[in-house]
Design a protein around this ligand. Structure first.
Ligand code: ADP
Ligand code: MG
Length: 476
């Protein structure tokens, strides 16, 4: 290292030190190595592209001031950036950038000086895909992620990304939806699939909590380089529950840089959030606009049929057969979210395997006591059909007939819905009571009623009035 460059840089450091706080100084200026001082150009080596961008964005005035004071007003600064393509056959190279006026990489002229300078040993610790801790839960896979209308788009985007991470237009892939709709399960399934099929890829799952605390930790311990070097080597970065980064300016800042770097080098980014990007509050606009670059897909609350499949799937994988009426009862009654459903199923498994109890409706009701708002009480099918029929002015015969007119179909579906809600009958038995229909017709009825309640206020009102009638009957 030319002595002169070292002296010049040392003088600059004195000036810089007076202008920035100690932590920033240690993080962003101490790791810089002066390389040469030729003409009035001082070249400094920075450990990564990320580092360079950070300096350009945050410290241009400070750097300019220092260089001008030490080298005169014609003094200029040039960066030599260690760039790593992630390809082990192509070791990191140095790329030079002049000191610009801000964060505009396109303004900087990249000069590849491959062959001139050696790669600096402090910059890089290559991760081994085999030993890196991906923080994935191996129990989450595509196989046990049940497909339904509620998640079809998100799931198929996930499958596509898992096949070709970083090379589809689904980058970033942003999945959003409420609590317990399967976001974490799905993104972890993608991670597991990539690890299995593409073992040379480095996969990393973090929730925003991990990310934020790692970042703060790195900042406090002057390990920013290690922190970002680590993240920049990842091939698939999964950031779960990104909404919690709201208002965390510094964390967003660092994520923005990591995001850009990974995206530019064709690495895959997957994020989840509890709402669509446009509704995220407390985020920098430029970060939000990045979120929209790829594909945004939502996951909805699962419908009855999907819930039923999830229940069977889970119980089977634990080696338990669950009677149809119990599965249907759960699918219908647990109307909060799938996380609650998981709690209920685990509790049933516990009773069945450890306490050797038989899984029946009684046990299911017992377990559900604290979760569902309403436990079934016995009302007869006849009573339901008559009450609903009277309400909509449809006679019993029409209710059981094959007539497909809307004014008959809606009361019939509504009556089926109340049968599921207030009787203990299976779907198949309910279908039989409505002119010998099969269980899938009943499923369809339940789903139609739930959909209509969401979209049609009048209809919702009718269902609420009918509910009152049944409730008064039950408590009488
Ligand atoms: P989120 O992250 O959206 O809050 P999770 O991924 O934690 O939801 O899902 C909650 C529970 O429901 C988990 O046990 C998960 O395995 C299960 N689950 C959600 N969706 C499905 C699905 N489509 N198939 C199977 N299990 C699912
Ligand atoms: Mg989650």
């Amino acid at each position: 290292m030319p002595v002169e460059a070292a002296t010049v840089w040392n003088d600059c450091l004195h000036i810089i030190k007076a202008s920035v706080d100690e932590q920033s100084f240690n993080t962003w200026f101490k790791p810089i190595t002066p390389l040469r001082n030729q003409g009035e150009v001082l070249t400094i080596q920075v450990p990564s592209q990320f580092f360079y961008e950070w300096l350009e964005e945050h410290y241009v005035p400070v750097l300019k001031k220092a260089v001008h004071q030490v080298l005169g007003t014609n003094g200029r600064l040039e960066y030599s950036v260690i760039v790593d393509s992630g390809n082990h056959n192509n070791p990191p190279v140095l790329v030079n950038y002049p000191n610009g006026n801000g964060f505009k990489k396109s303004n900087a002229q990249a000069v590849n000086t491959n062959g001139h300078d050696q790669y600096s040993p402090f910059s890089f610790k290559a991760l081994n895909p085999q030993t890196v801790n991906s923080r994935l839960n191996p129990n989450y896979s595509f196989d046990n992620f049940v497909e339904g209308d509620c998640n079809r788009l998100a799931r198929s985007a996930g499958v596509a990304v898992a096949k070709k991470p970083g090379t589809t237009s689904f980058n970033p892939l942003m999945l959003y939806g409420g609590v317990g709709v399967g976001k974490t399960h799905l993104v972890q399934a993608i991670g597991n699939e990539i690890k299995k099929n593409l073992p040379s890829k480095i996969v990393l799952y973090v929730d925003q909590n991990d990310f934020t605390s790692q970042f703060l930790n790195a900042l406090q311990n002057h390990k920013m380089q290690e922190f970002q070097n680590f993240y920049l080597q990842v091939d698939l970065l999964i950031l779960d529950d990104v909404q919690f980064l709201a208002g965390r300016e510094k964390t967003q800042e660092i994520f923005f840089h990591i995001f850009n770097q990974l995206h530019q080098s064709g690495k895959q980014i997957i994020m989840t959030s509890d709402c669509p990007p446009r509704d995220l509050k407390g985020f920098q606009e430029r970060l939000l606009s990045r979120f929209k670059w790829g594909l945004t897909a939502d996951l909805q609350e699962p419908d009855f049929e999907t819930k039923l499949a999830i229940i069977h799937n889970k119980m089977q994988s634990d080696g338990i057969e669950i009677p149809t009426e119990v599965a249907e009862y759960l699918a219908f009654s647990v109307d909060t979210n799938l996380r609650d459903m998981e709690g209920v199923l685990n509790s049933l498994l516990f009773h069945a395997t450890l306490l050797k109890k038989e899984i029946d409706l009684e046990l299911a009701k017992e377990v559900l006591k604290n979760i569902v708002k309403e436990i079934q009480a016995d009302v007869s099918v006849d009573f339901i059909q008559k009450t609903v029929g009277d309400y909509f002015k449809v006679d019993l015969e029409a209710m059981k007939s094959k007539v497909k007119k809307r004014e008959i179909v809606i009361p019939r579906q509504t009556a089926m819905y109340f049968c599921k809600r207030y009787t203990q009958l299976t779907l198949a038995l309910i279908g039989e009571n409505f002119g010998g229909r099969d269980h899938s017709t009943v499923i369809h009825a339940l789903e139609s009623v739930e959909d209509m309640m969401k979209t049609d206020a009048n209809f919702k009102n009718s269902v609420e009035e009918l509910t009152k009638k049944f409730k008064s009957r039950i408590s009488a």
